[in-house]
Design a protein around this ligand. Structure first.
Ligand code: F3S
Length: 406
C-alpha cells in the first residue's frame, strides 16, 4: 500500500508506540480489503462505550493509552454508555457498574474524545457533510450517514474506529468509493397501511434476506419521515449488517432509479407489503399485552419524536407497574426541558434518560421481563444482550401508549 512520508513515520513509531500500533491496524485492514492508499478523516464516532459490552480489559487498555498521552487527531464522539451519568440512581443501576462505567468514559475523554454518549450524533454533535469521509462505528449511525446524509464511512468496529481517530486516516476502500455505493436490489414497498414501527420490521425482513454487501433501493408510495428512515436503517444493520440503502426520490444518491443503480439493471426485485411485516413480527417476537416496561429511543429519540409522544400522553397516566422510559442524547434532553412536552411526559409518569439506551444499559438488573418498544433494532438486541429471559414486542407509539396508560 502506498503511504505518505508522514504515514510511514507514524507506522515506524516516530510518534510513539500506540500511534504505530494504530497505524499497523489501519494498514493491515486496508491491505486485506485491497486498498491502494489511505485517506484523511476529520471525524470519528466510537462504539463499545458501555461497560456492559466493553468489560475490564477495555478500561485497562484505554487508561494505559491515556497515561501514555495518546490523543485522537480526528474530532471524536462517543456512543451511549451503560448509564445516565447524572440520573443512574433513578435507573436503578448498581454502584459497582457505575464506577467502572465512569472510568471507561473518563479514559476516552483523556484521549480527547467528546463524551456525547449518543448514537445519533449526526443531528447535532458530529454532523458529517455530504461526501465527507468519516470513521463511524455504530451500525445505525453508519447506515444513516451513508444513506440519508450521503457522507462516506465503512463499517468500523470499536477498535479500528479508535485507531482511525488516533491516526486521522482510514483505508480508501469499500463504501468510500463511488462504484461500491450503488444499489443492486430493488425493493418495492406497498406501504399504504404502514405505521412508524413497520419501517423497522421492514428493515429486519430485508436485512434477513440480503447479504451485508447488498445495497437495497426502496421505492415507497409515500415519502418516509427521517425517523422512519432511522428505524429502517437501524434494523437493516441489525439483522443483515447492511451499511447502506437508498430510497428512490428521497436519499441524496438516488434522485431516480437510474442514479441509484448507476445505470445498471437491478440484480433482483423484491415486493413487500403489510403481510410481510406482520409475518416478520410473528417470526421474531411474541405478542405482549401486559408489559412491565416500554422503552423508546433506539436510535436515540429526536425532539420531534419526543414531542409526538408527549402529545399522545396528554391527559393520560402511565400504569403504576410499568416503566415508561425514553432514551435520547443529553443535547436533546436539555433542549426538551425548556418545553411543556417534558413536563407532560414526567407528569404522566414517564422518564427521559440521556447518555445510555435500553440495549447497552444493564437492564437485566431492573427486573423487567416483558418490554414493548417501537424499535425493531432494540427488540432484536435486548434478548441477545440481556439474557434470554427478557421478551420484547414491537408496536407503534400509538399502540404502546394505549396499552401502558389508564
Ligand atoms: Fe442507539 Fe442503543 Fe439503539 S446505541 S441504535 S439506542 S441499541
Amino acid at each position: 500500500m502506498y503511504l505518505t512520508d508522514y504515514e510511514e513515520k507514524m507506522l515506524d513509531g516516530e510518534y510513539g508506540e500506540w500511534v504505530s500500533r494504530a497505524m499497523k491496524l489501519i494498514v493491515k485492514l486496508g491491505e486485506l480489503a485491497g486498498a491502494e492508499r489511505l485517506t484523511p478523516i476529520r471525524r470519528a464516532h466510537l462504539s463499545g462505550i458501555s461497560y456492559k459490552t466493553a468489560g475490564d480489559a477495555a478500561i485497562q487498555l484505554l487508561e494505559d493509552m491515556a497515561n501514555d498521552n495518546v490523543r485522537v487527531k480526528a474530532f471524536t464522539t462517543l456512543n451511549p454508555a451503560g448509564i445516565d451519568l447524572l440520573s443512574w440512581k433513578e435507573m436503578g443501576i448498581p454502584e459497582e457498574f457505575v464506577v467502572k462505567q465512569k472510568r471507561l468514559v473518563d479514559a476516552y475523554v483523556r484521549l480527547g474524545a467528546k463524551p456525547t454518549l449518543t448514537c445519533a450524533p449526526y443531528f447535532f454533535e458530529n454532523v458529517p457533510e455530504r461526501n465527507e469521509v468519516v470513521a463511524f462505528a455504530e451500525s445505525s449511525a453508519i447506515i444513516f450517514v451513508n444513506s440519508v446524509i450521503g457522507a462516506r464511512t465503512n463499517r468500523h468496529g470499536s477498535l479500528d474506529a479508535l485507531a482511525a481517530a488516533i491516526v486521522g486516516r482510514v483505508a480508501l476502500t469499500g463504501l468510500l468509493l463511488d462504484e461500491n455505493r450503488r444499489a443492486n436490489i430493488l425493493v418495492k414497498v406497498h406501504d399504504e397501511a404502514f405505521r412508524e414501527n413497520d419501517f423497522g420490521l421492514l428493515g429486519l425482513h430485508i436485512g434477513g434476506v440480503l447479504k451485508p454487501t447488498d445495497i437495497p433501493a426502496f421505492v415507497f408510495q409515500k415519502n418516509p419521515s427521517i425517523n422512519e428512515l432511522r428505524l429502517l436503517g437501524a434494523a437493516l444493520a441489525a439483522s443483515g449488517a447492511l451499511a447502506m440503502f437508498h430510497v428512490i426520490g428521497v436519499t441524496p444518491e438516488a434522485k431516480n432509479q437510474s442514479m441509484a443503480f448507476g445505470g445498471e439493471t437491478p440484480e433482483d426485485v423484491l415486493i413487500v407489503d403489510k403481510r410481510d411485516i406482520i409475518a416478520t413480527r410473528e417470526k421474531y417476537f411474541g405478542e405482549i399485552n401486559e408489559p412491565d416496561a416500554a422503552f423508546i429511543g433506539c436510535p436515540h429519540a429526536s425532539l420531534e419524536e419526543i414531542r409526538y409522544i408527549a402529545s399522545l400522553l396528554k391527559g393520560r397516566k402511565i400504569k403504576e407497574d410499568v416503566k415508561f422510559w425514553i432514551f435520547t442524547s443529553r443535547h436533546v434532553l436539555n433542549a426538551l426541558k425548556q418545553e411543556t412536552a417534558y413536563q407532560t411526559i414526567i407528569k404522566a409518569g414517564g422518564r427521559i434518560f440521556a447518555d445510555t439506551c435500553m440495549v447497552v444499559a444493564p437492564i437485566e438488573f431492573l427486573g423487567v421481563k416483558k418490554i414493548l418498544t417501537n424499535s425493531s433494532k432494540a427488540a432484536w438486541y435486548i434478548p441477545r444482550f440481556s439474557g434470554g429471559e427478557i421478551f420484547v414486542d414491537v408496536r407503534s407509539l400509538n399502540e404502546i401508549i394505549n396499552i401502558i396508560t389508564i
